[in-house]
Design a protein around this ligand. Structure first.
Ligand SMILES: NC(=O)c1ccc[n+]([C@@H]2O[C@H](COP(=O)([O-])OP(=O)(O)OC[C@H]3O[C@@H](n4cnc5c(N)ncnc54)[C@H](OP(=O)(O)O)[C@@H]3O)[C@@H](O)[C@H]2O)c1
Length: 267
């Protein structure tokens, strides 16, 4: 399968109003010459990004203001992304976390996380795969999960579970494709410097964060070169290999200790 070439092709990026999604949109336009469909809830941020992309990269940009925690908005994103232009690739990046003791999560936060990270992403991926399977054209769909997929993070238990769900779903689905020119990619970063990790609660953990520009670059490359599962950062990839040699209980309790400290909980 040849690598993807985004030049003058339409690429959908969810969660493009900040962080990794915004940076991937910027790099897709400036380095790859892609036309973009950018979506998120904050319209002002998307307008700002569109103006920057059009001015600096000279690409075409379409905005869809939508909340992926609702089925109606997910369906609208897919409809508007696949009608009026030919969609070439999609990066399902939007996501949220809950950082703290799981017993303290509210019902509203619980529902919001599952609907955003799981239901919304699975619904979108399902419709996108159907689109490419039916038209038989070249393309790629990438979901942004997390290294928490492999090494669940205590005090982000629901988040870890949601990302593992998407990883397993995508890996399994990748083997059902009949369109040989379509690839599915799971991009699984460790911590990144974005709004998600701005919270004071991340305190001492902030020194481990990867610059968002590097994460975005590696994300685009993994989609472009049709990686099935990719962890950005050599340190993270090597660390992941090493961690496979350690007992799971030891890894989990060490992480729990670090996170308890960061959250100011007794340790
Ligand atoms: N930062 C990290 O350490 C890290 C590590 C591993 C994986 N990740 C993953 O990377 C992805 C991007 O996160 P980030 O770090 O860039 O965080 P971020 O800066 O908080 O960006 C999250 C994006 O998702 C959008 N979003 C959230 N809820 C949404 C909803 N209901 N509907 C539509 N859009 C929604 C936000 O836009 P609006 O608020 O405007 O809707 C925003 O554009 C996430 O999937 C995250 O889990 C992050």
């Amino acid at each position: 399968m040849r690598s993807l070439n985004f030049k003058n092709k339409w690429v959908l990026v969810t969660g493009a109003s900040s962080g990794l999604g915004q940076e991937m949109a910027l790099q897709l336009a400036s380095k790859e010459g892609a036309n973009l469909i950018i979506t998120a809830r904050r319209a002002d941020r998307l307008e700002q990004l569109r103006a920057e992309l059009v001015k600096n990269a000279g690409v075409q940009v379409k905005i869809i203001v939508a909340d992926i925690s609702t089925n109606a908005d997910v369906d609208r994103i897919i409809k508007e992304s696949t009608e009026g232009q030919e969609l070439y690739a999609a990066i399902l990046n939007a996501g949220i976390t809950y950082f703290g003791e799981h017993k303290k999560i509210t019902d509203a936060d619980f529902d919001r996380l599952i609907q955003t990270n799981v239901t919304g992403v699975v619904r979108m991926a399902t419709q996108l795969v159907k689109y490419f399977e039916e038209n038989g054209r070249e393309g790629g769909v990438m979901t942004v999960t997390s290294m928490a997929t492999l090494y669940p993070v205590p005090y982000q238990a629901l988040y870890s579970g949601s990302k593992a769900f998407i990883t397993n779903f995508m890996l399994a689905l990748s083997q059902e494709l009949t369109n040989k020119d379509l690839s599915l990619t799971v991009f699984a970063p460790s911590g990144i410097e974005t709004e998600m990790t701005q919270d004071e609660k991340f305190g001492g953990l902030k020194k481990w964060l990867m610059p968002v520009s590097q994460a975005a670059l590696e994300g685009i490359q993994s989609l472009k070169f049709r990686k099935l599962f990719y962890i950005p950062g050599a340190l993270n990839r090597n660390g992941s290999r090493f961690m496979k040699l350690l007992p799971r209980r030891f890894i989990l309790s060490t992480m729990a200790k670090t996170y308890r400290k960061s959250l100011g909980l007794p340790h």
